[in-house]
Design a protein around this ligand. Structure first.
Ligand SMILES: NC(=O)c1ccc[n+]([C@@H]2O[C@H](COP(=O)([O-])OP(=O)(O)OC[C@H]3O[C@@H](n4cnc5c(N)ncnc54)[C@H](O)[C@@H]3O)[C@@H](O)[C@H]2O)c1
Length: 464
């Protein structure tokens, strides 16, 4: 934990470094689910690029590119700890392990490479898939976890602190293996899908489907579909109820406090905070800040969300009306908010600006570097992906892969689909045992009265 803390503080302090210039020039449409997670590092570590090193696992395998294979045992411990916090995925691994529903699946993946996603990758392998993996984010890879995956025989191409060029090189190495062609894609942010479209479009002849986790990636898929350029069915995991309610709401409710405390040591009691956007993420942040005694204001464009904020006891206000007096600005809109702040905002000296949204587009980096404010994590996403919430999302991803891979010809067309409601409910039910929660069962009479099956789906698809 200490390593992680120190690293984050260093990261926070390095605002005027070369890395900063790179992140400023980074295209806003590129992978940007930036978060910060621990990475095992060693002070004696050499600074040479992993691309220049030839490394081998203890079994002599070399089809991977990571920071240092020597970190594998540390990474294995991290994965084992994550497994304990992801019981539902482990249950799925056990239940479906015998049937091998992904036998023959060749999954190319591009997600954060953390202990939690490692549990997903190893589950997919246990269900019969072969996997090759790259990171969807240049900062979030846990080097030790990448090493543990490589040692386990999985072809991983990722390390923490990749350059822009490295990022695409890793994706390319994943996709363009000589004797291996993917037939399934698991993406977070759409960069992998974009790369295959651009460079290897004929691969889509063999690809059965795409599973996409993020808002941005899903948006891109809908654009492709609208333009008639989506060649295979795609599953939108982002909009599953289980993803939105857990990752966005409950996870952010905890990670907003954790992220800010770890890096700034700030006290929240009595602080004036404005939260931009009262969607799922905004609701979680507001609830957490209010609970610690902060005075919370909300900005919204949508009257329904604004009314919800008002009913929850928050003052809905325009940013320009409040910005001079707040101690913190937290952006959770998924929009490009502060491009318009630029001219109107006059923050208080020392005001902390923190982005919870997906991309680094919510905060105007050039402006915030002026020094009057603390721009937390250089405008990139603040969010610690808590094991239990990640578990909910990754179980959905695994089920979506199984569904697409095993679906009979014609069930899914070249379009974007939501995970069937029944599966969404199944994902939730797998997590209930953690809380020793006991579900009430409908009687035949009750089910008939409601006009639904006794075992679900319990709600229509549009229910959120
Ligand atoms: N930090 C994390 O760990 C984490 C986790 C999940 C999602 N996210 C990201 O957080 C962002 C928000 O996600 P969400 O699920 O809350 O989305 P959402 O659509 O539910 O909420 C966004 C809200 O912002 C409002 N909004 C849009 N533009 C605005 C503006 N200019 N000013 C004020 N309000 C505005 C919208 O009306 C909406 O209510 C997304 O980018 C998402 O990818 C972050």
């Amino acid at each position: 934990m200490q390593i992680q803390l120190t690293e984050q503080k260093q990261e926070f302090n390095k605002r005027h470094t070369k890395t900063r210039r790179r992140s400023l020039s980074r295209s806003i449409s590129q992978s940007s689910t930036e978060s910060f997670s621990s990475a095992y590092s060693d002070s004696s570590e050499d600074e040479s690029s992993p691309k220049d090193k030839l490394q081998k696992t203890s079994k002599g395998l070399s089809d991977f590119c990571i920071k240092n294979i020597k970190y594998a045992s540390h990474g294995r411990r991290e994965i084992e700890i994550a497994e304990q916090e992801m019981p539902a995925l482990m249950v799925l691994r056990k239940r479906a392990g015998g049937e091998k529903p992904l036998a023959g699946a060749k999954v190319v993946g591009c997600t954060h490479i953390t202990a939690q996603t490692a549990v997903l990758i190893e589950t997919l392998c246990a269900l019969g898939a072969q996997c090759r993996w790259a990171a969807c984010n240049i900062f979030s890879t846990q080097n030790s976890v990448a090493a543990a995956l490589a040692e386990a025989g999985i072809s991983v191409f990722a390390w923490r602190g990749e350059s822009e060029e490295d990022f695409w090189w890793c994706i390319d190495r994943c996709v363009s293996a000589q004797t291996w062609q993917p037939n399934m894609i698991l993406d977070d942010g759409g960069d992998l899908t974009h790369w295959i479209h651009k460079k290897y479009s004929t691969m889509f002849l063999k690809i059965k489907g795409i599973v996409e986790e993020s808002v941005t990636g899903v948006y891109r898929l809908y654009q492709l579909s609208k333009a008639g350029r989506l060649c295979v069915p795609a599953m939108n995991v982002n909009d599953s109820v289980t993803k939105q309610k857990f990752d966005n709401l409950y996870c952010c409710k905890e990670s907003i406090l954790d992220g800010l405390k770890r890096t700034t040591d700030v006290m929240f009691g009595g602080k004036q905070v404005v939260v931009c956007g009262y969607g799922e993420v905004g609701k979680g942040c507001c609830a957490a800040l209010k609970a610690l005694g902060a005075i919370v204001y909300v900005t919204e464009v949508d009257p329904i969300c604004a009314l919800q904020a008002s009913m929850d006891g928050f003052r809905v206000i325009k940013l320009s009306e409040i910005v001079r007096q707040v101690d913190m600005v937290i952006t959770c809109t998924g929009n490009i908010v502060s491009r318009c702040f630029h001219f109107t905002m006059k923050c208080k000296n020392g005001c902390i600006i923190c982005n919870m949204g997906h991309s680094n587009t919510e905060i105007d980096l050039v402006w915030t570097y002026s020094g009057c404010v603390t721009n937390f994590l250089r405008g990139r996403i603040c969010g610690i992906h808590l094991c239990f919430c990640v578990s909910v999302t990754v179980v959905s991803q695994a089920l979506a892969l199984i569904e697409l891979y095993n679906s009979p010809e014609g069930r899914y067309k070249q379009d974007v689909y939501l995970l069937p409601k029944k599966m969404d409910e199944y994902v939730a039910s797998l997590h209930l045992s953690t809380f020793e929660a006991h579900l009430t069962e409908l009687t035949d009479e009750q089910a008939k009265y409601l006009g639904i099956g006794k075992h679900g789906p319990f709600k229509p698809n549009y229910y959120r």
